[in-house]
Design a protein around this ligand. Sequence first.
Ligand SMILES: C[S@@+](CC[C@H](N)C(=O)[O-])C[C@H]1O[C@@H](n2cnc3c(N)ncnc32)[C@H](O)[C@@H]1O
Length: 253
Amino acid sequence: MTVSVDVQHWNAWQRSWDRQQQWYLPDREERFRVMLDVVEAVAGPAPRVLDLACGTGSISERLLARLPGAVSVGVDLDPALLAIAAGHFAAEPRITLVTADLRSPDWAALLPPDPFDAVVTATALHWLPADDLARLYRDLFGLLRPGGVLLNADHAPSPDTPLLNAADEAFQRRRQERERAEGVLDWPSWWAAAAADPLLAEHVVARNAIYGSRVEEESRSAQWHLARLRESGFTEAGVVWRSVSDALVAAIR
Ligand SMILES: C[S@@+](CC[C@H](N)C(=O)[O-])C[C@H]1O[C@@H](n2cnc3c(N)ncnc32)[C@H](O)[C@@H]1O
């Protein structure tokens, strides 16, 4: 991928992406911190990490800042988010970016060959239909070394707490309204701003052609993920962090 080396420009988009995501996930940094605690606990200070559905590479950025000996492979399908990642990490030799569709059964053939110590992913796998996600969990089992860890943070409200879920949704909506009034961008307005940037516009057209007709899937419970992970062969699977609406599940190969 050819990207201008105007690093400041891409850094500004990286921060803007983080702010937009944080509008949806006020505890985003906290879940990333717990995620990297588990990576470091299981894999030590120099892990080889797969950042799945990496977007602009937010998790990899935090990984590399925290663990200077780490290396990361970021995989995504979105040409605009990958363009931001490529610009932001232009001078960073520890990250490799790969374009792949996780719904394709052959996606892993595009990765460098060595096994991973950890797979991390956030706010992404609910985009996949259930059959594709169950297959992906089996693929990830095969990509991890024995003893390696998979961490997936995603929407996972409990079906047992509808009153709590509704109260939290209303509370978050009020926070979002306040922040919108202060100028924070939501998903549609962020993408409109990206489309208006001459350096990103053609990538946004390409991403709209890829994602335009796709329907976002329903979120699944943490229990659903734990059951699929155990069926995929993982030795252990558990919840290592959660909020009312979201959970971080971890599984050890
Ligand atoms: C909300 S973003 C989260 C990105 C990043 N993990 C973060 O936390 O900032 C969801 C990501 O999933 C990616 N994604 C969704 N479906 C995908 C697929 N089939 N193959 C590869 N990436 C996919 C999108 O392109 C997008 O970058």
